[in-house]
Design a binder for this molecule. Structure first.
Ligand SMILES: Nc1ncnc2c1ncn2[C@@H]1O[C@H](COP(=O)(O)OP(=O)(O)O)[C@@H](O)[C@H]1O
Ligand SMILES: [Mg+2]
Length: 279
């Protein structure tokens, strides 16, 4: 698993609107089984990056290669968990998951789909709520269904765009721990956008720091060496936590602005500086 041939490879990706370059010449990779977070201020282009990875948007130049094949549109190989839950309101939780599975596994029988959907919902603690429609579920439960649906597809890459930002703090913490556990168990390759520094520290193996926009770029890669398992309750006690957090906060407070359109000397977009904040 070297950086030379990552599982997911973003190569020279530029996205611009008339009179407005969102970002230019992005290069980064995600290794198989790795969890990468992209952190940056509002408007720097994070959602645009995720939409390009999902195949919902296209770069103006450059491309994205997943498992050796350039992507060209959306695919069940790249499941997205959106900020809103995006469930079909007329279907039960189980039917929502089963429907996604039926798109993935055309030959599966109804009982097979139901059973797999049940199992996926049980993994996120929703076995008892499988027959409820979204209107009968809390915000956190709906988001859990979205997580169950995405993971049940066993996608090549799981994509998440600030999936917990609409939830209250308690629910958010519980879901972060849950996603952390499930992704580790499945050795799932994952890419998440967040502006919550602790969320990135909890979940990520590597954290990409993006400058402010317009014309943003990924300024550096932070290696998260905090030992696993991590959970919200013990995160701040792990060796290296404070150095890591300070480093990212300092980037967001000052360098994200200073480095916009003005990379630091020696910066190479194809070989981003890697930082391991000292304990
Ligand atoms: N359809 C569009 N037309 C023009 N500009 C857009 C469009 N979509 C996004 N943008 C611009 O792209 C930039 C990045 O947006 P976005 O990816 O949503 O940022 P983030 O998710 O980091 O907040 C913003 O300046 C936004 O105004
Ligand atoms: Mg966004």
């Amino acid at each position: 698993m070297s950086d030379l041939h990552p599982y997911v490879s973003v190569e020279a990706v530029t996205r611009a609107y008339p009179g407005h370059t969102v970002f230019r010449d992005l290069w980064f990779g995600v290794n198989r089984g790795e969890f990468v977070c992209l952190v940056g201020h509002s408007g720097c282009g994070k959602t645009t990056v995720l939409n390009i990875l999902a195949g919902l948007d296209k770069p103006d130049s450059g491309g994205v290669i997943v498992d050796g094949v350039e992507i060209n549109g959306p695919s069940l190989d790249r499941a997205v968990i959106f900020q809103g839950h995006a469930l079909m309101p007329w279907m039960t939780a189980e039917a929502n998951v089963a429907f996604a599975l039926s798109c993935r596994h055309k030959g599966w029988s109804k009982p097979q789909l139901r059973e797999a959907a049940r199992e996926a919902l049980e993994k996120v603690g929703l076995g008892a709520a499988a027959n409820r429609k979204p209107s009968m579920l809390s915000g956190g439960m709906k988001q859990r269904v979205g997580i169950a649906r995405a993971l049940a597809l066993a996608p090549k890459m799981l994509l998440m765009d600030e999936p917990f930002s609409a939830l209250d703090a308690l629910t958010r913490g519980a879901l972060q721990d849950e996603v952390s556990r499930l992704v580790q168990e499945a050795n799932q390759t994952a890419f998440m956008i967040t502006h919550d520094v602790d969320e990135a520290i909890l979940l990520a193996d590597r954290i990409l720091l993006m400058t402010n926009g317009p014309d943003s770029h990924v300024a550096e890669v932070v290696q998260n060496t905090l030992p696993r398992p991590r959970d919200r309750a013990n995160l701040h006690k792990l060796p290296g936590y404070h150095a890591l957090r300070d480093h990212i906060l300092e980037f967001l407070l000052t360098r994200s602005r200073e480095l916009r359109g003005n990379p630091q000397p020696g910066w190479d977009r194809k070989a981003l500086p890697v930082v391991r904040p000292a304990a």
